[in-house]
Ligand binder design. Structure first.
Ligand code: FES
Ligand code: FE2
Length: 406
């Protein structure tokens, strides 16, 4: 949201628009600026209201992180694929050399989605006036309407674009917030930890009609298991018992320290029986949205990552990937059970969204909701440290034991 009172660019655009229309430069304008004086006056009067609206418009997203925008297998040949992350419309594609790219799905000329255009090797052509952009850098390489008299510097025009990488079968996009510069060094995209050369891998996903925060605290919530995920193959409701788990702080998150997993879960018992060795489980949560779990028993291992990907403020998606070298676990069996689990969570979140429409007051209780409290504190502390430049404070002082029944 523009601050119409104080934004120097707005003043520049207001005073400079006419003079610049007669020179050989591209004129940048904001659609809301090219309007009548009356409307502009009204908007100045409304500057305060606009600021308030801007605060409300903050959708609670964490910018400057990598997010998975699509599965690698969806980005094929000369196809342009629409995606959305943090309410930013994206167009994804793959150059003829196989490199994936992510542009903002909006032509810098007049805003039509570039996804209506076409991809030609490594250039995206807009469907409206045929401007052509290098897909990986967003740089304009051709404006077909220019005559030999025109002096416009085409190469100075850029379509919005984001760093884009492929890992673990996903197309990851680094989402810096619109209008900000990328950091000098963009961090590496996340990667699933594996422990041998040969392994099976599979991906599952499902959409939740929820804000990312509800998706995430749902993901880390230990107390819903006996009620939402009761199944003959996993656990019975009657098997609920008291648990004590140790947690420790890690950079940008927290870890459930290595421990032997719940004895009331059949798959872990099976694993222990087969290897004859104890099973240890380590579960991490790190900002912005990543839960990883590693189970090991002798040479056998299972590694998974669940992410709650923010699409819009009212929509997120669970992107789950798991890899393992357990010979007795075929991919198709895992997918059947994994999908049952995800559907149970999805069904619950759909019901929750029904209740949240009415803005109820909510509560977080100790100890079962303590991880959710840490999440909110981590998020707030990160935003604060980015604002002030001071190091990020961690909500945990050190290791702590949480107790709950599940
Ligand atoms: S709107 Fe894309 S070229 Fe004009
Ligand atoms: Fe769940």
């Amino acid at each position: 949201m523009l601050d119409y009172k104080n934004n120097p660019d707005v003043k520049f655009m207001q005073t400079g628009l006419l003079s610049r229309l007669f020179c050989h430069e591209a004129v940048y304008y904001d659609a809301s600026i090219a309007m009548s004086e009356a409307v502009r006056t009204m908007m100045r009067m409304d500057a305060e209201a606009a600021q308030e609206a801007a605060a409300q418009a903050d959708a609670g997203f964490l910018w400057d992180f990598w997010y998975p925008a699509a599965r690698s297998t969806e980005i094929r040949r000369q196809k342009l694929v629409k995606a959305m992350l943090l309410e930013v419309p994206l167009v994804l594609g793959r150059t003829s050399e196989g490199k994936v790219f992510a542009m903002r799905d909006s032509c810098p000329h007049r805003g039509i989605p570039l996804s209506y255009g076409r991809l030609d090797g490594k250039v995206v052509e807009c469907c409206y006036h045929g401007w052509r952009f290098d897909a990986c850098s967003g740089q304009c390489v051709e404006i077909p309407s220019l005559s030999s008299q025109d002096k416009l510097k085409v190469e100075r025009i850029f379509a919005g674009h984001h760093p884009c990488e492929e890992r673990d079968g996903y197309v990851w996009v680094y989402m810096n917030s619109p209008g900000t510069r990328l950091p000098e060094k963009v961090p590496a995209a996340p990667e699933l930890t594996v422990f041998s050369d040969k392994f099976k891998i599979t991906h599952l996903s499902c959409e939740l009609p929820s804000h990312i925060d509800h998706g995430i605290i749902g993901l880390m919530d230990p107390a819903h298991g006996p009620f939402v995920h009761q199944s003959w193959f996993w656990r019975k409701r009657g098997s609920i018992h008291e648990k004590a788990k140790q947690f420790e702080p890690i950079a940008n998150g927290f870890r459930m320290s290595p421990h032997s997993p719940s004895t009331n879960s059949a798959p872990y018992q099976l694993l222990k029986k087969i290897t004859g060795e104890p099973v240890t489980t380590t579960i991490d949560f790190v900002l912005p949205n990543i839960r990883t779990e590693i189970d090991q028993s002798g040479k056998m291992w299972f590694s998974s990552r669940a992410m709650v990907t923010p699409v819009r403020r009212d929509l997120c998606r669970i992107d789950f990937v798991a890899a393992w070298n357990l010979f007795f676990l075929p991919v198709w069996i895992f997918r059947i059970f994994g999908n049952i689990f995800l559907r149970q969570d999805q069904e619950t979140m759909i019901r929750q969204a029904e209740g949240l429409k009415h803005n109820p007051r909510l509560m977080l209780i100790d100890d079962a909701d303590r991880p959710a409290k840490w999440y909110f504190a981590l998020k707030a502390n990160l935003i604060e440290s980015r604002r002030t430049g001071a190091p990020m404070a961690h909500p945990m002082d050190g290791p702590v034991t949480l107790r709950w029944r599940s």
